[in-house]
Structure formats: C-alpha cells, structure tokens
Design a protein around this ligand. Structure first.
Ligand SMILES: O=C(O)Cc1cc(O)ccc1O
Ligand SMILES: [Fe+2]
Length: 437
C-alpha cells in the first residue's frame, strides 16, 4: 500500500481521491458530485478566532449519522479518564516501570490501551491521560472515535497503520501521529505486535510552540508535519463504531465502512511527524537549559506559558557545554512529568529506564540523575560528546497525574526505583574544594 501525504502544519488542505469529487467555490452544493453527502467536522467552536478556528468539509458515501443501531454502553475497563481519583493504595513517590508486556491473547489497539495516569477533567475539557498501548491484532470491522480529546500516538515497537476518515498514516517507531478529537479511525498492524505510548489531550489542541528569539527556523519545522491525502473504502458489510464520550464507551452497528470520505478540504486533519526532523537548539557554551527547548508540540491551557500538555523529546544531540554538569540538574517541578523511552539510553539514567519503560515524576517530587550518572558526569572530560541512537520523550502537564490501579498494581512497577539515588553521598567537607573523590 502506498500512502501519500501533504506537507505543512495546520494548513488549509484540499484532497480528492476521485477527480471532481471536491466541490469548488462552495461547501454545500445542492447535489454533490458522485452522489456524495457533505458533512462538516468542527474542531473548534464556529466562532473561534481565525487563528484557532478549525473545521473540515468531508464528502462521503453516507453521512456519519447513518448508523444502524442506537449507541449501547460497552466496557473498556483499562482505559480510564479523569477524574479518576483514589483508585489505588500506592503511596506517593517517584515511580518507574519496565515495559508493559504485549499480551498473548488476541488484542487489538483499542482493547490494548492501558491507562497509567489521568490528570484534569474530561468534563471541563482540560488535562490529559497517559496510556500504553499493546496489540497483536489489527482492527478489521471495528472503528473508533474519541470525543474526549485528541490522541498523540508515540509508537515504541512495531509500525501501525492509522486508517482515518481523512486518509491513512503509516507510523513507525521514531515517528508520532495525532488523531484529532472526534475523528473516526481504526489501527492495523504493519508487520507484527506493537507497543507504544498515547497522550490523550482533553484540552485545546496541540500546536507548535512560539520560538521567541530562536527565530523562524529550527525545532519542529511546519513542513515536516504530514497530513494524509483522501482515501476511502466502499465496504458494504457489517461494521462497528465505538465511541469514547466523557470517560464512557458506547457502540453502534453500521452496515458499511465509516471510512467512506472520498474528498475533503479544511484545516482540521490528522497528521504525522518524524522526530528525526526535529532540529534541536541548545547550550553551545555552558550550562544545561530547561527541557522546554525540546518542545515539539504544546497544548495551551489558556494561561500564558502554562501548558495543558507539552510534548518534549530528548533527541540525539551534541553535548559541548564547558565547565558544566551536563545531564539534567536535580530539580522539583510544579508541572508533572511522564516520560517514555523509544530507543537507546536516557542521559539522566544509567540503568533501569529501558526502551518501552515509563517514569513518572509528579508535581513537586524531587528527581534527577541517578548516582552512577552523577558520578560519571562530575568526573567526565568535557570534550564534545554525541548522544546518539537515543529518543526519550516527556508528556509534561500543569495538572497532577493520578495513577490508575493498573499502574499502581502492575508487575512492571519497579519497587526499588528510589534506590538509584541512594549513592549520592555527602561531598561537603568544610573545604571550598569539597570531596569529589
Ligand atoms: O526529569 C527529567 O529527566 C526531564 C528533564 C530533563 C532536563 O534536561 C531538564 C529537566 C527535566 O525535567
Ligand atoms: Fe524532570
């Protein structure tokens, strides 16, 4: 299958998979070409300011409202939504997990979502949830849309084919994709079992951060975001559509595929991004800047500079800072940090944080490099060093992240994580030189 994309972030795109399917000069003709139905999908209120106003016009074989049955409640017990408080007995702490195992029993992308943390409130359209997905089967006749937020999907193992109403995205480890709130999709596996991370953003959409004095280039450049061209299937066999709506799940039957959009135009669309196209800007003389320099996407909260969620990466880069402790500093943060590792090693942790693993450093909880990393970094010869073959990331939110029972009781939880800091001995010895032996 060849998939094609259009470059640009938040562009007003137009695409048709049959010639002349897209109306020109108007949105809602009396009789659209090919007998298609016109349907608007609004991602912002009608009256949102121009800069944040998002909607697309979909020209489809049947309108979405043509589903056969009423919505009936269904269970996805491991997918939790905020608020989800007091769900477990685990005490407060810095936490880390090994990779969540891929199950042996047949599990598709939807059934394979396990929520680790929730923050904020779906009803108030603020906050987020951090999930792991594990799957070994493709969705075939099952489809899904999430009314509670957009999904930022971060594959860690295996490629996924995200088949949306507006086109197909193939997303492999090292790439990410966004499925907008309300968009119908299903997920096929490209070549085998998969695992990855999801940030379900209940708040305002992810956008590109302002670059300030950095200027017009670097970090994530708009042309590296790719939106799929229109694609449709004419499948007249029974299908299902599952909906997540204010934390609950519902299902309806449809007698055809809901992926039947022949042409569309607009600026509310799915997209993918290759993390290797991120051009990092960093300290080229001394000191360790705040990780916000590595923000790929930010979802604003309404309060200037205080993100609902930031998606931050730690990509391959050169470390050149002179007379500097180069790894992250020890710190306490009002924002809550959920981290994952796509591949390689993370510079604050020598061991224990492995690809597919997770760490959680919640609001105001102290953390930083482990004792071995500290030891190495204080003794290292400070020549230029390339951090290579690595890709870690962080979902950082202004809201405290509440653990789910699944996360708290998971066998993957490392009960000795805090011991990684035990070796940070006293070096203060009353002399200005200190004890750096
Ligand atoms: O805690 C972490 O590992 C993430 C992080 C990295 C960094 O370079 C500075 C601050 C920060 O929170
Ligand atoms: Fe941190």
């Amino acid at each position: 299958m060849t998939v094609r994309y259009m470059p640009g972030f938040g562009n007003d795109f137009e695409t048709e998979s049959l010639p002349g399917a897209l109306p020109q000069g108007q949105n809602s003709p009396q009789r659209p070409a090919y007998g298609l139905y016109a349907e608007q999908l609004s991602g912002s209120p009608f009256t949102a300011p121009r800069g944040t106003n998002e909607r697309s016009w979909l020209y489809r074989i049947r309108p979405s409202v043509r589903h056969t049955s009423r919505f009936k409640p269904v269970e996805y017990a491991r997918w939790k939504s905020a608020p989800n408080l007091d769900d477990h007995e685990l005490s407060l702490g810095q936490l880390r997990w090994d990779p969540i195992p891929i199950p042996n029993e047949e599990t598709d992308f939807l059934a394979g979502i396990r929520t680790m943390t929730t923050a904020g409130d779906t009803q108030g359209q603020s906050g987020m949830a951090a999930h792991i997905y594990v799957a070994n089967a493709s969705m075939v006749d099952d489809h899904f849309f999430n009314a509670d937020g957009e999904l930022l999907i971060v594959p860690q193992e295996g490629g996924i084919r995200v088949m949306t109403e507006m086109g197909i995205m193939e997303v492999t480890p090292g790439e990410i994709c966004i499925v907008p709130r309300g968009m119908i999709f299903k997920v096929e596996l490209m070549d085998g079992p998969v695992r990855g991370y999801i940030c379900e953003n209940y708040g305002a959409k992810f956008t590109l951060p302002d670059r300030g004095p950095i200027g017009a280039n670097c970090l994530a450049n708009p042309r590296d975001f790719k939106t799929p061209v229109a694609w449709y299937e004419e499948k007249e066999t029974p299908c299902r559509l599952t909906v997540k709506w204010c934390g609950r799940f519902y299902r309806t039957e449809i007698d055809h595929s809901p992926l039947d959009v022949v042409a569309w135009h607009g600026n509310y669309s799915p997209y993918k991004y290759d993390l290797s196209t991120f051009s990092p800007v960093g300290a080229i003389l001394f000191d360790h800047p705040d990780p916000s320099i590595f923000t790929v996407l930010t979802a604003p909260s309404g309060e200037e500079g205080t993100a609902n969620v930031d998606f931050v990466i730690f990509p391959p880069r050169w470390l050149v800072a002179e007379h500097t402790f180069r790894p992250p500093w020890y710190h306490r943060n009002i924002m809550s940090e959920f981290m994952g590792l796509i591949k390689g090693q993370y510079d604050a942790k020598e061991a224990g944080f492995v690809p597919g693993g997770i760490s959680l450093h919640n609001m105001m909880l102290p953390h930083g490099p482990d004792a071995t990393g500290f030891e190495k970094a204080t003794k290292a010869e400070l020549k230029p060093v390339k951090l290579d073959d690595t890709m870690a990331f962080m979902f950082e939110t202004r809201f405290p992240q509440n653990l789910t029972r699944f996360a708290a009781e998971s066998e993957a939880l490392q009960d000795d994580y805090i011991d990684c800091w035990t070796g940070l001995r006293k070096r203060f010895n009353g002399t200005p030189e200190g004890d750096w032996s």
